[in-house]
Write a protein that binds this ligand. Structure first.
Ligand code: ATP
Ligand code: MG
Length: 232
């Protein structure tokens, strides 16, 4: 996989309209949106504008009535699209859920579910923990990690699945400056390895990677730009 794959979208969504849980009508209405490998997209928007909701829709965790999905050029039902993209398209929650076991077991769990053989699993878990600078946490109970540590473990856990697209919801929100800088670098490495990355964030995220486009969610509409809406 490389950046040359970036041309055709892995998935295109049409008619993303979300009204769930919103008292005064519609949260947003987006005609269409595409996700590509090898591309970094930063999603901006005020609190409550719908960034998390949108990422969950893109990850097939929420289903907007009437939305159509085209996966690798083929129009599929929502259920089939979700099945086709399982583990190829991964959502990382802002406050990741980790279960009461070691960091190693938490990272290995998704691979176990995906049917990856034990030997391969162990090597891959060790690899992503190393990659994330988390080796010293490997044996720790994941329930007792700090917020920033949990976010980094969740990023490593997502990478272990080798997804084509990673959706990161405020991935550095609980991190100190050093962790944040490191994580921004890791995001750049994901892109360099050919993954598509969508980052919903309020942060500047300077230094680690080139941003291919900015999306701005505002007043129920999504606009696309080459420049950061946060820039002065
Ligand atoms: N499960 C839910 N039930 C009802 N309303 C919800 C639910 N989840 C989100 N909302 C509402 O939808 C709107 C968008 O929320 P969302 O979490 O997507 O915003 P956000 O842009 O991610 O905000 P933040 O920057 O604070 O993370 C908010 O008004 C929120 O209260
Ligand atoms: Mg959010």
């Amino acid at each position: 996989m490389n950046v040359a794959n970036g041309g055709a979208p892995l998935v295109a969504y049409h008619g993303i309209v979300w009204s769930g849980g919103v008292a005064n009508g519609e949260l947003f209405r987006i005609a269409q949106l595409q996700l590509r490998r090898g591309e970094v997209t930063v999603l901006r928007g005020a609190n409550g504008s719908g960034k998390t909701t949108l990422l969950k829709i893109l990850a097939f965790l929420l289903r907007p009535p009437g939305m159509r999905a085209v996966v690798a050029g083929r129009a599929l039902s929502w259920r089939r699209a979700r099945a086709r993209l399982r583990s190829r398209l991964v959502y990382v929650h802002q406050e990741p859920y980790l279960f009461d076991a070691s960091v190693t077991d938490n990272v290995a769990y998704g691979l176990l579910r995906a049917g990856v053989a034990a030997k391969v699993r162990a090597a891959r878990v060790a690899g992503v923990l190393e990659w994330g600078g988390l080796g010293r946490l490997a044996g720790r109970n994941a329930k007792r990690l700090s917020g920033g540590e949990r976010q980094r473990v969740a990023l490593a856990r997502a990478r272990a699945l080798r997804p084509e697209i990673i959706l990161l919801d405020e991935p550095v929100s609980a991190m100190d400056a050093a962790s944040r800088a490191r994580t921004v670098q890791l995001i750049g490495q994901l892109r360099a390895a050919g993954a598509g990355v969508v980052v919903a964030s309020h942060e500047k995220l300077d230094g680690g990677f080139a941003v291919d486009k900015f999306l701005h969610l505002q007043d129920g509409r999504l606009s696309v730009s080459d420049s950061d809406p946060l820039a002065p």
